[in-house]
Design a protein around this ligand. Structure first.
Ligand code: GDP
Length: 196
């Protein structure tokens, strides 16, 4: 997609606070600090549309961004930060799940994973399984790929794909720093949006 306008719409903590909207929606999920804000900012060619935060797990809001009045990108709160108490984690889960299950316009979820890690953790696998169970299309993206040597990338992708139970080719190599994979992510989003 060629991004002409990208604007913040609103923040929500529950379905009733989500904006009324008819345009297709794509949500972004990932562990705190994975590079979710950087990924969205890279997609929309803006440095600070989504505020990056050095305090992982701080924002517990669902943020909506209007793209060209034709698409909504939705930034879900980062999860899995070790210092977050179990109670807050349970609240995260309940907030995200009620959003994901109630949003009629939702076309898919971009699941962002740090390429440097040797595989997703139990929480990430669990979340993916939950998405699949509810038949929500998932677009897995391996980010921070600039931090990995080229010849190690394929192996990292294989490890992550295996742990997630996905085909390796499904995982897009991405870097917000070099913009590697930006076009592929957009193509995959456009394809999800076109799906009935
Ligand atoms: P979020 O908490 O998931 O929204 O993560 P941020 O987008 O705020 O990124 C967390 C940190 O990782 C920041 O210091 C970013 O500059 C850095 N970062 C994010 N994406 C990349 C990337 O693709 N490559 C590199 N080298 N650093 C990145």
């Amino acid at each position: 997609m060629h991004v002409k306008t990208a604007t913040f719409v609103t923040s929500a903590t529950k379905p009733a606070e989500c904006p009324q909207s008819d345009v297709p929606e794509i949500a972004f999920a990932g562990r705190s600090n994975v590079g979710k804000s950087s990924l969205i900012n890279c997609l929309v060619n803006r440095k600070k549309l989504v505020k990056t935060s050095n305090t992982p797990g701080r924002t517990q809001l669902i943020n909506f961004f209007n793209i060209n009045d034709a698409l909504m990108l939705v930034d879900l709160p980062g999860y899995g930060y070790a210092k977050v108490p179990a109670k807050v984690r349970a609240q995260w889960r309940s907030m995200i799940e009620s959003y994901l299950l109630s949003r009629r316009v939702l076309k898919g979820v971009v699941l962002i994973i740090d390429a440097r890690r040797d595989g997703p953790n139990a929480q990430e696998v669990d979340f993916l399984n939950w998405l699949q169970k509810h038949r929500l299309p998932v677009l897995p993206v391996l980010t921070k790929c600039d931090k990995i040597k080229k010849n190690a990338l394929i192996g990292q992708r294989q490890k992550n794909a295996h742990a997630l139970g996905l085909e390796a080719q499904m995982l897009i190599h991405f870097s917000a720093k070099t913009r590697l994979g930006r076009d592929e992510v957009w193509e995959a989003i456009d394809a999800l949006v076109m799906e009935e």
